[in-house]
Design a protein around this ligand. Structure first.
Ligand code: NAD
Length: 349
């Protein structure tokens, strides 16, 4: 395993975030020091911590850093209740046009509901019903008698996410892309997405097989026979729902990494939140953030190192004595980090 610390390091904005964020980020930093860190961390604040110190959930210094590095690893951020704050995640998506959300799900801990799951969901992140064009129509004295929402899908946006999904499939030696839609009912909104995605798929016909599924049938098939799927591409709302469903196939959000990829930046994160109920107790499972960092390695062409890290994680989690409480074990957050570092050192010998 070559140690690339002698090579030029890649600058990355590192956001510890709130709640369990700093504890799990600490494990990632220690593990990467042992792995031979190709990244130069630039630590910046966001979330409630940042609000208290700088008066903003997303300080300008953090935005400037991401604009400079084009790359961020983000711990979970708490959203303050009340006060009308806009979600930091939505602000980041908009600021950097992070149009593709990538959510892989792979069985790591054996003995769960499903064995040998290995699939990836790619969700369009900027369009669809998430554009938030909503309003009420008053009738009589009921100001909220009718609620209306407008979804927007564009051919350009559908083409961009479909191309991303097929390119991802080719790059990662995947065999099939399934286009998920509801074109039988939402004929314009998701019909356009289906039509465009199929057109894109034809350009890859000699490399990648593709088919399509109506979203409700897809949800059922994911429970009955998830192994038939490989890469799934879908619109914003369906992608949101299905990505949590596939996280459930492999043991829940504590094991789920996510990547948000855009033209101007790529931001990697654990899918779970700041877990205030266990913050500071040394109980948090850092696996999802470590897997997000592995996705970042791959994104920067360091596939070998990403595979090495995943193998070490698999090895530690293969026995009950390597697991944190959420996985039924008794190991603390920092002890899990120690075990992973030990395993990496053994594998490097
Ligand atoms: P959560 O994901 O923080 O917690 C849900 C449950 O899962 C809790 O019982 C928690 O202890 C557990 N859990 C989560 N991550 C874990 C881990 N790594 N190890 C062990 N257990 C873990 O969801 P929530 O409680 O609904 O939200 C808490 C805060 O996080 C809110 O302010 C919410 O807005 C925010 N949030 C942020 C993000 C993000 O930044 N991407 C995502 C979701 C929620």
């Amino acid at each position: 395993m070559p140690n690339s610390s002698t090579q030029q390091q890649i600058p990355v904005t590192l956001i510890p975030g709130d709640g369990i964020g700093p504890e799990i980020v600490d494990v990632v930093v220690r593990v990467f020091d042992t792995l031979g860190n190709p990244f130069a961390w630039e630590t910046q604040q966001a979330g409630v911590n940042a609000l208290e110190k700088h008066g903003d959930l997303l300080p300008q210094a953090t935005l400037d850093s991401i604009s400079r590095t084009g790359l961020a690893l983000k711990g979970p951020l708490s959203t303050p209740v009340g006060g009308g704050f806009r979600s930091v995640n939505v602000r980041l998506r908009e600021a950097y046009q992070l149009y593709a959300n990538v959510r892989p799900a792979r069985t790591i801990v054996p003995g769960g509901r499903y064995e040998k799951i290995d699939l990836v969901l790619i969700r369009e992140n900027l369009e669809g019903l998430y554009v938030g064009h909503e309003h009420y129509v008053p009738i009589g004295d009921d100001a909220h008698a009718v609620a209306m929402a407008t979804g927007i899908n564009t051919r350009a946006g559908s083409r961009r996410i479909s191309k991303f999904a097929f390119d991802y499939a080719v790059r990662n030696n995947r065999r099939k892309v399934t286009i998920v839609h509801k074109a039988n009912v939402l004929k314009a909104l998701t019909g356009l997405f289906l039509e465009t995605a199929k057109q894109v798929g034809l350009n890859y016909a000699d490399q990648i097989e593709f088919n399509d599924r109506i979203v409700d049938a897809c949800a059922m098939q994911l429970v009955l026979n998830p192994w038939q799927f490989d890469v799934i591409v879908s619109t914003n709302l369906f992608g949101d729902i299905l990505s949590d469903q596939i996280a459930g196939l492999v043991g829940g959000l504590g094991m789920a990494p996510g990547a948000n990829i855009g033209e101007r930046a790529a931001i990697f994160e654990a899918v779970h939140g700041s877990a205030p109920d266990i913050a500071g107790k040394g109980m948090a499972n850092p696996t999802a953030l470590l897997l997000a960092a592995a996705l970042m390695l791959e994104h920067k062409g360091q596939k070998e190192k990403a595979t090495f890290l995943r193998d070490a994680i698999d090895s530690v989690l293969s026995t009950a004595s390597g697991r944190t409480a959420d996985l039924g074990g008794t190991v603390s957050t920092s002890k899990y980090g120690d075990l992973l570092i030990e395993r990496i050192r053994d594998m490097q010998k």
